[in-house]
Write a new protein. Structure first.
Lengths: 482, 437
C-alpha cells in the first residue's frame, strides 16, 4: 500500500457506494401529495391533537404560505416541489409495544444493518432510544429508569397529550413558527419528534438518543424536537440519521429547540448521514434544519455535529446567550464528497453579561463538493465582557471542490473580545513524507492527518457516539480515517 | 425630487452637452441603463447589509455645479503634501483648476479625462482601457454614465516617475449640496513605477456626496503605490470605487487612511490576471462621532503563484460604525496562491459598532489562505505599565493605538505621507506627542 496516494484516495471516494442504502418494506399509511389547510388539519386530527395545537399549526401554515424560499445560502439545487410531497407517513402496523420482541422484525433487521440494533444498544451502551421511523415513534426504551428520576422522554405527539402545559409553554418560543421558511413549514406539518424534560437539579444518568430515518419513498420528514433542562439539570442528547438510497430528492426540514434554564447544561450531539446522492450527484436528501438553543443564567449549551451525508445541507445550530455567564459551544465536522453541498455553521447571539462562546468548525471537501462555513457572532450592547473564539479550518482534497467561509461578526460593546481565524490547506506532501520516512504508509498517514485535523471535534462527542461518528467518517472518506 | 429621478433627467442634458465620441457614448448609455434598472443599492443587498445610503441620499444634490470657484494656494496648502515636489491634478467642485495643478506631457501623461475623451491621440488608450476593469454594479455604472472629468495618468514602458502624483478634489460649498462623480484612469505600462496620492476635501459644512471611480491597470512588472487620505469634514460622504487589474509580476498596493467624513464606503477590487502578482491592501480607520466607514474589498486570484496581503486596522469611538467586508476568491487554476487577510478592531466607546465579515471562497487545493479577525480593547496591563512609569493615561492610550496601527504605516513608502498621517492620528487622539520618538 506504499503507493497509496491522495489520487487513489480520491478515486476510492468517488466509487464508494452508500453502504446504508436499503429500503425497508413496511406498509405505510400515507397521505395524498400536496399541502393545504385540510392536510394540516388532517395531520393534527390523525395525531389526536387538542384544538390549540391544530390552531398553532394552522397559524404556522398561513405564515408559510406568504413566505418564499431563502436563496442566500451558497448552495445550488433544484427546488423541491412542496405540493408534490406527502406530508404524513406512518408505519402501518403501529401497535404500542412493551418490549422489543413485539416490534416488526423487519424493522429490527433494519437497525441491525445499521449496526445499532436496539437490543445491543439497550444491553451494552445503556442508551435509551426513541426510535423514529418515518415520523412515528415505534419503540421507547428505558422509560422506566428515566421515569424514576422524573425525566420525561417521549415522542412529542405523546407529550402534547400527556404534558400539554410544558409543550404549550415552550413550543415555538425559541424557534417561532414564522422564524423562517422551513421552520414555518415544519411547524405546520411536523409529524413527530422527541420531547425531553429534565426536572430541577437532576443529572440525566444516560445519554438520550433518537434515530431518524426517511423510509417511505417521496415522503418528507418533518421532525420536531424540544428539550427542556430545568434549573441545575444536565442532559446529553444524541441524534443520528441514516436514510435509504433513493433517486429522487427527499426533503428533511427539522426544528430543534433547546431550553437551558438557570445553571442547566445541555449537550446536543448529531451524527448526520442522510443519503448524499450517488457519484453523479443524482438523488440525495435535502437537509434544511433549524436548530436553536436558549441559555438562561449560568447555563450552557453545546452543539456537536458530524455532517457526512445529505446532498444539500443547510443548517446553523445556534445559541442565544440570554442569561449572564452563559456559555455556548459549537463543534462541527462537515465532510462533503462527490456533488454534495453543505452550508453550515452557527449563530452565537450574546445578550447577557460575561457570556462566552466557542466555535470550532472543520470542513473537509473532496470530489466536486462545495463546503461552506457561515456563522454569526453578535455581541449586543448590553453584553459586557462577552468573549468569542472562532476557528474555521478547511481541508481540500483535489482541485474540483471548494471551501468557503462567511463569518459575520457584529460587535456593539466595547468590552467584547472576539477572535476569528480561518485557514484553508491541503494535506502537505512534506507531512506525508515525514510519516513515510518513519515507516507509516501513505494511507495511514492520510488517516492520521485527517484524524488529527478533526480530533478537536471528535473528542467532544460522547463515548457512545464517537464510534459511530468514526464509522460515518470512514464511509465518507474511506481510507483516510482510521 | 428623488435623487435617482434627478439623475435620470440630467443624463440626457449631460449627453448632449459633452462632445460625444461614439465609443464613450455607447459605454455611458449602457452604464446608464444598468443604473436606471438597479437604482441605488439598499440594505437588502448582501454587499450593503451594514451600510445604508438612505441618510445621505435625502439631500437635494445639484448634479452639475453652476459656477466656478477659485481657491488661493495658501488657503488649501495644508491639504496638500507640499513639502515635496509633486505633480498635481486639482479639481474644485468637479472642475479642473489649472491654477493649482501641475500636469505634464513630458514622457508621461498626467492630465485630464476630459482631454483624453476628446483628443484623438488618446483614443486608443481609452478604447483599450476605459471601463474595462470597472464592475457593473449600480454606483459604478452611475459614475460611468456621467464620467467626464478626472485624472488621466498614462505611464509608458520603462519609466520611473520621480515625483508622486497628487489627485485632489476640493469642494467649496457654492451649492448647498453637491454630488461629484470624478473618474480616474491610470495605466502603467511594463516595468514602470508610479506613486499616487488621492484626497477629497470639502471646505465647508455643506453636504457633499462623491461617487468616485478609479481604474488602475498595472501591466507586466509595473509597480503602483496608491495612497488614499480620507479626512473630510462631517457632512461629506464618499463612495470610492477602485478597480485594479494586474498583469504578470506586477506589484500594486493601496493604503487607505480613513479618519473623517459622514459616510465612507471603499470598494476596492483587485483582479489578478497573470502569474506571480503581488497585491497589497492596507488601511487604518480611526473615527468617532456618528461617522461610518465601510471597507469592502475583493481580491480575485485567477492565475497561479500569486500573493495578496490585506491588513485593516480600525479604532472606533463614540457613535461610530465600522464595517469590514473582505472577500478572497481563489479560482481553480490559481494553485500555489498565498492569500492573507487580517482585520483588527478596537472599540473604545459603548455606542460604537463594528461589523466584520471576512470571506474566503476557495476552489483550488494547493493554496495557503488564512484570515483572522479580532475585536478587543487596549491591553490594561500595558496601560498600567506605562502609567507606572509616568506616562499619562491619555498619552499611554494614544501610544498603544498608534502602535496598533503602525503595521500599516510601516509599509508606506513616502516618508512625508507617513509624517502627515502620524500628525493626523495624534490630532485625532487628542495628544501633542509626535510618534516618531
Amino acid at each position: 500500500m506504499s503507493k497509496y496516494t491522495e489520487d487513489d484516495l480520491r478515486e476510492e471516494l468517488k466509487t464508494k457506494e452508500y453502504e446504508y442504502g436499503f429500503y425497508t418494506d413496511i406498509e405505510s399509511d400515507t397521505f395524498p401529495n400536496g399541502l393545504n389547510e385540510d392536510i394540516v388539519r388532517a395531520i393534527s386530527k390523525k395525531k389526536e391533537e387538542p384544538q390549540w395545537m391544530t390552531d398553532w399549526r394552522l397559524e404556522a401554515f398561513r405564515a408559510w404560505e406568504k413566505m418564499t424560499e431563502p436563496e442566500w445560502a451558497n448552495v445550488h439545487y433544484k427546488k423541491p416541489d412542496f405540493q408534490g410531497i406527502s406530508y404524513y407517513s406512518a408505519p402501518n402496523s403501529k401497535p404500542k409495544y412493551d418490549s422489543l420482541d413485539e416490534v416488526d422484525p423487519e424493522l429490527l433487521a433494519t437497525f441491525e444493518k445499521l449496526g445499532i440494533s436496539l437490543d445491543e444498544q439497550k444491553k451494552l451502551s445503556g442508551v435509551a432510544m426513541d426510535v423514529v421511523v418515518d415520523s412515528v415513534s415505534v419503540a421507547t426504551t428505558f422509560k422506566k429508569t428515566l421515569g424514576e428520576k422524573g425525566i420525561i422522554f417521549m415522542s412529542i405527539s405523546e407529550a402534547i397529550k400527556e404534558h400539554p402545559e410544558l409543550v404549550k409553554k415552550y413550543l415555538g418560543t425559541i424557534v417561532p413558527q414564522k422564524d423562517n421558511f422551513y421552520a414555518a413549514l415544519n411547524s405546520a406539518v411536523f409529524s413527530d419528534g422527541s420531547f425531553c424534560y429534565i426536572p430541577k437539579g437532576v443529572r440525566c444518568p444516560m445519554e438520550l438518543s433518537t434515530y431518524f430515518r426517511i423510509n417511505q419513498a417521496g415522503t418528507g420528514q418533518f421532525e420536531r424536537t424540544l428539550v427542556i433542562a430545568d434549573e441545575g439539570s444536565y442532559v446529553s442528547y444524541l441524534e443520528g440519521c441514516t436514510a435509504p438510497s433513493r433517486d429522487e430528492n427527499q426533503l428533511h426540514a427539522a426544528v430543534v429547540e433547546l431550553i437551558a434554564l438557570d445553571n442547566a447544561e445541555i449537550k446536543y450531539s448529531t451524527v448526520q448521514n442522510w443519503y448524499p446522492g450517488n457519484a453523479e450527484g443524482k438523488g440525495g436528501v435535502y437537509n434544511f434544519v433549524t436548530k436553536r438553543g436558549l441559555c438562561e443564567k449560568n447555563a450552557k449549551i453545546s452543539w456537536t455535529q458530524v455532517e457526512t451525508g445529505s446532498a444539500v445541507t443547510w443548517k446553523y445550530p445556534s445559541c442565544v446567550l440570554k442569561g449572564d455567564n452563559s456559555v455556548g459551544e459549537f463543534y462541527s465536522i462537515a465532510v462533503t464528497n462527490n456533488y454534495q453541498q453543505a452550508d453550515t455553521g452557527t449563530k452565537m447571539i450574546h445578550l447577557g453579561k460575561n457570556t462566552k462562546s466557542t466555535i470550532i468548525s472543520k470542513g473537509i471537501s473532496a470530489g466536486k463538493s462545495q463546503n461552506s462555513y457561515r456563522g454569526l457572532v453578535q455581541i449586543n450592547s448590553r453584553a459586557e465582557n462577552a468573549r468569542n473564539f472562532s476557528q474555521c479550518d478547511s481541508l481540500l482534497m483535489g482541485n474540483e471542490c471548494g471551501a468557503h467561509t462567511f463569518p459575520y461578526i457584529e460587535a456593539k460593546n466595547k468590552t467584547a473580545k472576539i477572535e476569528h481565524e480561518a485557514t484553508t490547506s491541503k494535506i502537505g506532501e512534506d507531512q506525508i513524507f515525514y510519516c513515510n520516512q518513519r515507516g507509516i504508509d501513505t494511507e495511514k498517514a492520510i488517516a492520521l492527518i485527517v484524524n488529527g485535523f478533526s480530533k478537536e471535534v471528535l473528542n467532544k462527542l460522547p463515548m457512545e457516539f464517537a464510534v459511530e461518528a468514526q464509522k460515518l467518517l470512514e464511509i465518507s472518506l474511506e481510507g483516510s480515517v482510521g | 425630487m428623488e435623487l435617482k429621478e434627478k439623475l435620470v433627467s440630467s443624463f440626457l442634458a449631460f449627453e448632449n452637452s459633452v462632445d460625444v465620441d461614439a465609443y464613450v457614448h455607447d459605454v455611458r448609455s449602457d452604464a446608464f441603463k444598468i443604473f436606471e434598472e438597479k437604482g441605488f443599492p439598499t440594505k437588502k443587498e448582501e454587499a450593503w447589509k451594514y451600510t445604508s445610503l438612505n441618510k445621505i441620499l435625502n439631500e437635494d444634490y445639484s448634479v452639475f455645479p453652476k459656477q466656478e470657484n477659485a481657491l488661493e494656494y495658501k488657503d488649501v496648502k495644508k491639504y496638500l503634501i507640499h513639502d515635496i515636489d509633486t505633480y498635481k491634478v486639482v479639481f474644485i467642485d468637479g472642475k479642473y483648476s489649472s491654477h493649482l495643478s501641475q500636469t505634464t506631457h513630458d514622457g508621461i501623461d498626467v492630465c485630464l479625462m476630459s482631454a483624453a475623451f476628446s483628443k484623438p491621440k488618446y483614443r486608443l488608450v481609452i478604447e483599450n482601457y476605459f471601463n474595462k476593469a470597472a464592475s457593473k454594479d449600480s454606483l459604478t455604472s452611475l459614475n460611468t454614465a456621467f464620467s467626464s472629468e478626472g485624472a488621466y495618468i498614462h505611464i509608458p514602458k520603462n519609466k520611473l516617475v520621480e515625483k508622486p502624483i497628487q489627485i485632489i478634489h476640493f469642494s467649496t460649498g457654492n451649492e448647498s449640496a453637491l454630488m461629484l462623480q470624478p473618474r480616474n484612469l491610470i495605466v502603467v505600462d511594463e516595468n514602470s513605477h508610479v506613486q499616487i496620492i488621492e484626497r477629497h476635501q470639502s471646505l465647508t459644512s455643506n453636504a457633499i456626496l462623491t461617487n468616485s471611480v478609479t481604474e488602475i491597470f498595472a501591466n507586466k512588472r509595473a509597480i503602483v503605490d496608491y495612497y488614499k487620505i480620507q479626512n473630510d469634514n462631517s457632512n461629506a460622504s464618499l463612495i470610492d470605487n477602485t478597480f485594479i487589474k494586474q498583469k504578470q509580476e506586477s506589484v500594486a498596493s493601496v493604503h487607505t487612511f480613513s479618519f473623517g467624513g459622514k459616510l465612507i464606503r471603499n470598494n476596492l477590487n483587485y483582479y489578478q490576471e497573470g502569474e506571480r502578482i503581488d497585491s497589497t491592501l492596507k488601511g487604518v480607520t480611526i473615527i468617532g462621532d456618528k461617522q461610518h466607514v465601510d471597507h469592502n474589498t475583493l481580491v480575485h486570484h485567477i492565475e497561479p503563484n500569486c500573493e495578496s496581503h490585506q491588513d485593516y486596522k480600525g479604532i472606533f469611538g463614540e457613535n461610530s460604525t465600522g464595517v469590514f467586508n473582505g472577500k478572497i476568491i481563489v479560482e481553480k487554476e490559481a494553485q500555489k496562491t498565498n492569500a492573507f487577510q487580517v482585520n483588527n478592531n478596537i472599540l473604545i466607546s459603548d455606542k460604537a459598532t463594528i461589523n466584520t465579515k471576512p470571506q474566503l471562497e476557495i476552489f483550488a487545493d494547493d493554496v495557503k489562505c488564512s484570515h483572522g479577525c479580532t475585536i478587543g480593547q487596549l491591553d490594561e496591563s500595558a496601560l498600567f505599565y506605562m502609567q507606572s512609569r509616568g506616562i499619562p493615561k491619555k498619552e499611554a492610550k494614544a501610544l498603544l493605538m498608534y502602535a496598533f496601527s503602525n503595521n500599516v504605516l510601516s509599509s508606506v513608502k513616502i516618508p512625508e505621507i507617513k509624517q502627515r498621517i502620524t500628525k493626523i492620528i495624534a490630532n485625532k487622539l487628542g495628544v501633542s506627542i509626535g510618534f516618531d520618538l
